[in-house]
Design a protein. Structure first.
Length: 193
């Protein structure tokens, strides 16, 4: 479960135990002109154990992806009209031929919003605006994921101790042949003799 939190930046903690759950926080952003910050929290039930670094990272990435998808679908406004950009609608909009009337969304009360496109140019402009919106949302999501420093999470969820130091294989010297034949190296030339 994701929760968007607004509070003093001092309250932001990457990983904390809270009651019956482990809380993983990410994407701390200061609110301009305010003494507050915004971040997201993910909750993991303690009964499942503390999440591993890999589980926390996968959950954070999945959460960002879900928020980006929701923003693409429900956040686009075109000519002051909300546009529902589900994958099906994106496909239908891009394949429409003029003249055409499309249901582009709904008002808050559920009333459908229709738009008539009489010319190819009008439909092309609409589709380009849809694509630009989607690309903007994807770029913001990529930037958010790229902006996360994973090292503190790895340290908090997998503290490195001497006992838990990464395994390093020992170098084992190649076996040397023994006896008087040890010096006779077999090559293609000597094998042919």
């Amino acid at each position: 479960m994701n929760n968007k939190v607004c509070g003093p930046a001092a309250d932001f903690t990457l990983v904390k135990e809270e009651g019956t759950r482990t809380v993983i926080s990410y994407s701390l952003k200061d609110e301009e002109g305010k003494d507050l910050a915004i971040w997201h929290e993910l909750y993991f039930p303690k009964k499942q154990g503390k999440p591993s670094f890999e589980q926390a990272k996968a959950a954070i990435i999945a959460d960002i992806n879900e928020r980006v998808k929701a923003k693409i679908i429900g956040g686009f406004v075109w000519e002051e009209k909300p546009v529902w950009l589900s994958e099906e609608n994106q496909m239908n909009f891009s394949q429409a031929v003029t003249p055409v009337t499309l249901k582009i969304g709904e008002r808050e009360d559920g009333t459908p919003i229709y738009e008539t496109f009489e010319t190819k140019t009008a439909l092309k402009n609409f589709n380009e605006a849809c694509i630009q919106w989607k690309q903007q949302c994807l770029s913001e999501g990529w930037a958010e994921k790229d902006g996360i420093d994973w090292a503190p999470y790895a340290e908090a969820l997998h503290p490195v101790t001497e006992e838990a130091a990464p395994y390093q294989a020992e170098e084992v010297p190649a076996e040397q042949p023994e006896g008087e034949d040890a010096e006779d190296e077999v090559t293609e030339e000597t094998a042919a003799e």
